[in-house]
Design a protein around this ligand. Structure first.
Ligand code: MG
Length: 307
């Protein structure tokens, strides 16, 4: 693939200090079907999902990209926990899984109230160790992204799971298609994307949502639901929050950046539809972007709030 053009739209000057002067967008690798779920490991590796390829891939500077796990059972989103273990969303196993220090993968939770989960999509770990994840049905309704099956849960919820006690509860009920999620740096706000618009025409969901909702987290409950951002074109499939609380989200045209006050600060153009992104690199200021078939990176001036 030719080197992508570096194109940045500054909609608000607050974006300027977040960007690295002279930085260019690089395409590091191409060859997947649909990329998602990037997680940066402290040793310099970047692991991510090729969901329809039923595999995880791994990139490292100076090394050839190779498979990290195959079959991956259609894993989607990933995050690191405080122990340095990868926590993942498995469409195929309809579960939250974790890679143990011996390399094996363990199912942490696959049911709520005696019924199987739909197909966990994206995941974050709170500072206290609880695992929060979204559970839309993409892995059930898209034959190339899972093993199929019947939806058992009455809805598509956002859950909090405590890996120490096994307690699982619904934090946000009634979203149509919850997808990406992230905390504000102080964990007082939870952001959740709703991407119902991906399948509006074919079936399912009359509301063509492509937005990020925000919730205040008070005494363990998510309250004060409000619209945070309408992402267009495309969808807030995955996003990360930087240390200042800005939200860097996927879209159909690039990485869009939103200030905590909801102002759209601008966009870094990416030539393919983005699935997800994460901060990483030796200084934590490398933005890794997984977009359709490819892995991109660009240096910025800010670190992510979490892995
Ligand atoms: Mg997603």
């Amino acid at each position: 693939m030719d080197a992508p053009e570096t194109r940045i739209e500054i909609a608000d000057e607050r974006l300027i200090p977040l960007l690295r002067e002279g930085a260019v967008l690089e395409c590091l690798w191409t060859g997947a079907t649909w990329c998602e779920g990037p997680v940066y490991l402290p040793d310099g590796r970047l692991v991510w999902s090729d969901i329809p390829g039923n595999r995880l891939l791994v990139w490292q500077e100076g090394e050839a990209v190779r498979e990290y796990l195959e079959p991956s059972h259609f894993q989607n989103g990933h995050v690191l926990d405080a122990g340095g273990r990868i926590v993942g969303c498995s469409h195929g196993e309809r579960a939250i899984v974790r890679q143990e220090h011996d390399g094996s993968w363990k199912v942490l939770v696959g049911e709520y109230q005696g019924k199987r989960l739909n197909s966990p999509n994206d995941v974050v770990v709170a500072k206290g160790g609880s695992i929060w994840f979204t559970d839309p049905p993409y892995g059930l309704i898209q034959p190339h992204e899972g093993y199929g099956g019947t939806q058992e849960q009455p809805g598509q919820e956002v859950y909090r799971f405590d890996p120490d006690t096994g307690d699982i509860r619904v934090l946000v009920r009634g979203m149509i298609c919850p997808n990406g999620l992230a905390f504000s740096p102080d964990e007082t706000v939870l952001y959740v994307g709703d991407t119902a618009g991906t399948h509006t025409g074919e079936r399912y969901w009359p509301e063509a949502h492509h937005h990020i909702m925000a919730y205040d987290l008070v005494n363990g409950e998510a309250t004060n639901a409000r619209l945070f951002a309408e992402v267009s074109p495309g969808f807030p499939d995955g996003f990360r929050v930087d240390v200042y609380g800005n939200v860097w989200t996927s879209s159909g045209s690039g990485v869009q950046v939103y200030a905590p006050d909801r102002t759209r600060l601008g966009e870094i153009s990416v030539p393919e539809v983005i699935g997800n992104l994460t901060f990483g690199g030796p200084n934590g200021t490398t933005l890794f972007i997984v977009a359709s078939s490819s892995l991109y990176r660009m240096e910025v001036n800010v670190r992510g709030a979490t892995a």
